[in-house]
Unconditional design. Structure first.
Length: 418
């Protein structure tokens, strides 16, 4: 008899010499009784994996891929081996079969409910290539090579989007926060907008620098549209989708694993891609085929669907926003109340609810802070390599208890380093 080590693996068993440790066969799965001279292997399903919540989950403050709701992980675990009686996992089934068809349709309709996305006016696309691919897809789909477009750059991601757009059209810098180390959002009156720009691009939440738009500028050209990279605050609060021509977001911060990027695109903008646009970047191709032009990232879409269900069960995005405001408030209060021991450089009115960057006044203590926090079960607190310091990403799925534990640790650490 051979037994594979993983609990998920089959026990390969000689039918005539069953081990007393193996589970008994239900009547309909009795192994064949063969003549003694014949050796056969029969697959025996292992007992179901226990779905109890072990106390070994840590608080993961990573910026993305990031923590997911525990209930979603457990549900996915329960469905992983045999998806809803189909006899296979969601990772193994055809993206054109009835099970996955139901998964992607429900994910889309739940997302539409969450964000109140009008059916008639906007397409919801499940794409690949990350938000980075959208840096190129947006200009390729929305303008001709000679067209002007405007970018407001409030951090590194907006800057990357701006630089990519320069390859495909005439991208102007309407405003940059670089000289202030990306700690501000501009007043909208001060934006230098091109009167002929086809769109105005913003990054709604800068993941590295922790600056977040609290309201949105309007393009000065009445025919232009607002485009937003919402990767790191997608579904963290209600958003009036009708203010935007395109919203795009990599899933791996707030709504799922990496591998799927969601684009919400106003339908009248679809169908004008530049001729050089690769099919995989053409919104029309994906809209016409309901995100199934080629093999989509099925498992990632499935997990997003579970997250959307979970957000709806929580009461929708207003409730989610309330929780996020509370969590961020506790953390920023701890920083501001530390008498300068901890410092958040971002202007108060535009501090992100999702990514909280801060430094220690005694910068030589930062490494120790991060290491000790990790020993206490709070990980991934290192600031982005481009800016250093500490960053706590507290997306939707970070429990209040995680933020409270971090704040208690911060106070204790400060007390120990007077
Ligand atoms: C705001 C923002 N935009 C774009 C990206 C790039 O996303 P991806 O890695 O999915 O291409 C990130 C990644 O962290 C991000 O935070």
């Amino acid at each position: 008899m051979a037994a594979l080590s993983s609990p998920q693996s089959f026990l390969l068993q000689h039918p005539l010499h069953p081990s007393p440790k193996t589970p008994s066969f239900p009547p309909h799965k009795q192994p064949l009784r063969l003549k003694p001279s014949t050796v056969s292997c029969t697959a025996v399903r292992p007992p179901p994996v226990s779905l109890s919540v072990a106390n070994d989950r840590i608080f993961n403050f990573a910026a993305g891929p990031a923590t997911l709701p525990e209930s979603v992980i457990l549900k996915a675990q329960g469905e992983l081996y045999n998806y809803r009686g189909s006899g296979m996992s969601i990772m193994e089934m055809s993206h054109r079969g009835k099970e996955f068809d139901a998964v992607i349709k429900k994910a889309e309709s739940d997302l539409r409910r969450l964000l109140a996305i009008p059916d008639d006016d906007y397409a919801v696309l499940f794409l690949q290539g990350g938000a980075t691919t959208q840096f190129a897809a947006v200009p390729l789909n929305l303008c001709a090579p000679g067209d002007a477009v405007d970018y407001v750059v409030t951090g590194s991601w907006g800057d990357k989007a701006f630089k990519e757009a320069q390859k495909f059209c005439k991208a102007n810098l309407s405003w940059s926060g670089k000289s202030d180390k990306y700690t501000k959002i501009p007043s909208f009156e001060g934006l230098e907008q091109n009167p002929n720009a086809k769109y105005l691009h913003i990054c709604a939440n800068e993941t590295i620098h922790g600056v977040e738009f609290k309201n949105y500028p309007t393009p000065s050209n009445k025919d232009a549209v607002l485009v937003a990279d919402m990767s790191s605050n997608f579904c963290s609060k209600p958003v009036d989708v009708s203010k935007f021509g395109v919203i795009y977001a990599g899933a791996q911060k707030n709504v799922g694993p990496s591998g799927v990027t969601i684009a919400i695109v106003r339908k009248d903008l679809i169908g004008n891609a530049q001729p050089i646009t690769p099919v995989m970047l053409d919104y029309k191709i994906h809209a016409d085929s309901a995100s199934l032009y080629n093999t989509p990232p099925c498992f990632a879409i499935y997990i997003c669907g579970l997250v959307f269900e979970d957000l709806l069960e929580q009461g929708g995005l207003l409730e989610v926003e309330k929780n996020n405001t509370k969590k961020a408030g506790i953390l920023y209060d701890a920083i501001d109340g530390s008498g300068g021991f901890y410092v958040c450089p971002v202007e108060k009115s535009v501090r992100s609810l999702m990514n909280v960057p801060f430094t220690l006044q005694k910068s030589d203590l930062e490494k120790k802070f991060i290491e000790e926090a990790a020993k206490e079960g709070m990980v991934q607190l290192k600031g982005h390599r481009s800016v250093g310091g500490v960053r706590a990403s507290i997306y939707n799925a970070m429990p209040l208890a995680g933020v409270e534990k971090l704040v208690a640790f911060m106070k204790d650490f400060q007390a120990r380093h007077p």
